[in-house]
Design a protein around this ligand. Structure first.
Ligand code: XBP
Ligand code: MG
Length: 268
């Protein structure tokens, strides 16, 4: 029996490079629209990415960097309402960027999704980002894949966002799958922590924000999933399976080997 039954994909940074030129830009547009003098530079946003979730990120920035700021709140509205409203504007700005075609899927994503779908490997998404962001990203980049995902777990569907394991545990429960039959594709330290705490083997494809980060607990680290004509580079691996610095086109055969190796290293 195949060990691999499902691939679970993170979204931001994994399916597409959405953070620096997508979410960050949309946050800044929302701040400007609200008349705020807040601006998240590329460097500031690197630090902010340690906070999973846009509303949580706004709250954290407010507490850390603008503790004296008091928004003009209409009667009956709480600071949480104010954050939610600012975040709705940010989601709108982000969807406009996606619809303008500013963000593409990363190399190998379409290929791997297509191979998994054709082979009957089940697919799911686990993201801290809002559900409408996932839908719009897929609609604007790979619309036929929207129906391929059995579960799209996103945003506030769980109370605690990554690095908490909740979103991955939610996906496993929805799919009635044990973690040893699934492989996660992630891009960030908080994503890796979340998946590992849920008992899931995780492949990392680093991006422009996470290429210097430590992923000691990952099963494999690549610079991208790669395409046959432009394979990814292995940045961290178990050499008995695939050697560091090798070129790889990440596919289902490699996924299956990784899962088997994770469970029974001596048999591979
Ligand atoms: C990365 C995130 C998200 C986005 C913003 O999510 O932390 O919060 O930066 O999205 P992923 P929202 O788990 O896909 O890597 O503003 O919709 O929260
Ligand atoms: Mg991510």
């Amino acid at each position: 029996m195949l060990q691999l039954q499902a691939l679970i994909f993170d979204v931001d940074g994994t399916l597409a490079e959405t953070e620096r030129d997508g979410h960050r830009v949309a946050f800044n547009q929302a701040f400007a629209a609200a008349g705020l003098d807040w601006h998240w530079s590329i460097e500031t946003y690197r630090e902010l990415l340690e906070i999973g979730g846009g509303k949580e990120r706004i709250r954290w920035f407010w507490q850390q960097y603008r503790p004296d700021f008091l928004p003009a709140l209409p009667p009956g509205l709480s600071p949480a309402d104010w954050i939610a409203s600012l975040h709705r504007q940010k989601t709108y700005c982000y969807s406009q960027l996606l619809q303008a075609g500013k963000i593409a899927l990363r190399p190998g994503v379409k290929r791997l999704l297509t191979e998994a779908h054709a082979t009957g490997i089940r697919l799911a998404i686990a993201t801290t980002s809002s559900p409408e962001n996932v839908t719009t990203l897929l609609e604007t980049t790979f619309p036929e894949s929207l129906d391929w995902f059995e579960v799209i777990a996103a945003g506030d569907v769980v109370p605690a966002k990554k690095p908490a394991p909740d979103i991955y545990q939610y996906v496993l429960a929805q799919m009635r799958l044990a973690p040893e039959h699934c492989l996660v594709i992630e891009d960030s330290p908080i994503g890796l922590q979340a998946a590992r705490k849920a008992g899931l083997a995780t492949v990392i494809t680093v991006n422009n924000y996470t290429q210097q980060d430590c992923f000691a607990d990952a099963t494999l680290v690549l610079d991208s999933l790669g395409e046959p004509r432009a394979p990814g580079r292995v940045l961290q691996s178990d050499p008995s399976l695939i050697r560091p610095n090798a070129k790889a086109c990440f596919d289902l055969a490699l996924s299956e080997s990784l899962l088997r190796h994770q469970l029974q290293p001596q048999l591979v």
